[in-house]
Design a protein around this ligand. Structure first.
Ligand code: ADP
Ligand code: MN
Ligand code: MN
Ligand code: MN
Length: 339
């Protein structure tokens, strides 16, 4: 028997990396685990990852799930990129996350990531008229009706695909701007949450192809009085989730405050356009945290204040962030402080 394995990796495009994939047809029985999948390679000179004279890059499978598009025994395979000398490629941000996740595994960090994104069609956000603007923001968030909702058929197909792939998708909603949506992945450990965000993004682009709609993770797709797109990153450690966790949550917020600049610099391209202090954001050059505060850098959900335990929400990461980088920084900063 043969099956098709879609090998997915992250390229070297600046300032925001792109997802690439190609299909390997494997003339064997279906793989039981990711360890059964062979190493593969690609032309790094076509992905900003190598020069033409030394073009070979290596793909090492790290995460596998059923392929909901092809069905059958076919699989999607998330890969890390390596150099031919078997060291991680400079663009391989997962390698550094592996080390930090390993170092602080005893604290059992968990992530729930809210991935926002915007549909485009005909060179403008899906739902924008050919000229001018649609009605101002206000009714679109969690809206219903053909005057407010654009692209729900794509969203439903994507949700179904994530479920069939076995991803830990935990919700979806229409967002504040026309044609803007969100889904959430998690809670999961740092590597799983990040791998699943990347695979779910690949599925989103791939499924939108079928509907002839384009997806962008741009942080501020429309300037002016329109919400940007983020990737709020919810975080907890075992100690935060247990009785007495409140003090740990506050300690986590304080730790994030001490390294605010480092985090902002690594939370995605064009973050200054999105974190303006308006549109449910704190300014990129200011740091604050608070219960229920959607104008803060870090929000603590109200239920956590009542329970005196739970998690915190880092509202700063952009939709176009690299979850391998964001989760690594959060684990390093917070678990390093709590250790
Ligand atoms: P919001 O009110 O900010 O829109 P969402 O419901 O979209 O919140 O997202 C909340 C996210 O927080 C979900 O992905 C959920 O899985 C995650 N989450 C819940 N509990 C925890 C926890 N203890 N640690 C980390 N993430 C969590
Ligand atoms: Mn949300
Ligand atoms: Mn949202
Ligand atoms: Mn949120």
């Amino acid at each position: 028997m043969a099956y098709q394995a879609e090998y997915i990796w992250i390229d070297g495009t600046e300032p925001t990396a792109k997802i690439r994939s190609k299909t390997k047809i494997i003339h064997k029985d279906a793989p039981a685990t990711v360890a059964d999948l062979p190493i593969w390679g690609f032309d790094g000179s076509s992905t900003n990852q190598a020069t033409g004279d030394k073009s070979d890059c290596v793909l090492k499978p790290v995460f596998m799930c059923p392929d909901p598009i092809r069905g059958g025994d076919n699989v999607l395979v998330m890969c890390e990129v390596f150099l031919v000398n078997d060291t991680p490629h400079p663009t391989n941000t997962r390698a550094a996350l592996r080390e930090v996740a390993d170092k602080y595994a005893a604290q059992e960090p968990m992530f729930g990531i809210e991935q926002e994104y915007t549909f485009f069609k005909g060179g403008r956000p899906y739902g924008f008229p050919e000229t001018g603007f649609p009605a101002p923001q206000g009714g679109y968030y969690c809206g219903v009706g053909a005057d407010e909702i654009f692209g729900r058929d794509v969203v439903e197909a994507h949700t179904e695909a994530c479920l069939e792939a076995g991803l830990e998708i935990s919700g979806i909603n229409a967002e504040v701007m026309v044609g803007q949506w969100e889904y959430q992945i998690g809670p999961l450990g740092p590597l799983d949450a990040s791998d699943q965000i990347w695979v779910s993004r690949w599925l989103l682009y791939r499924i939108a192809e079928e509907f002839d709609v384009m997806v962008t993770l741009d942080a501020k797709p429309v300037k002016g009085d329109w919400n940007g797109a983020g990737a709020h990153t919810n975080f907890s450690t075992k100690a935060m989730r247990e009785d007495g966790g409140w003090d740990k949550i506050i300690a986590g917020c304080e730790a994030l405050g001490k390294k605010a600049d480092l985090h902002i610099a690594n939370y995605g391209h064009d973050i200054e356009s999105r974190l303006t202090g308006a549109h449910e954001t704190q300014r990129y050059d200011q740091f604050s945290y608070g219960v229920s505060d959607r104008g803060a850098s870090i929000r603590i959900p109200w239920q956590c204040e009542i329970d005196r335990k739970g998690y915190l929400e880092d509202r700063r990461p952009n939709a176009n962030c690299d979850p391998y980088v964001v989760t690594r920084l959060m684990v390093d900063t917070i678990c390093g402080e709590l250790a």
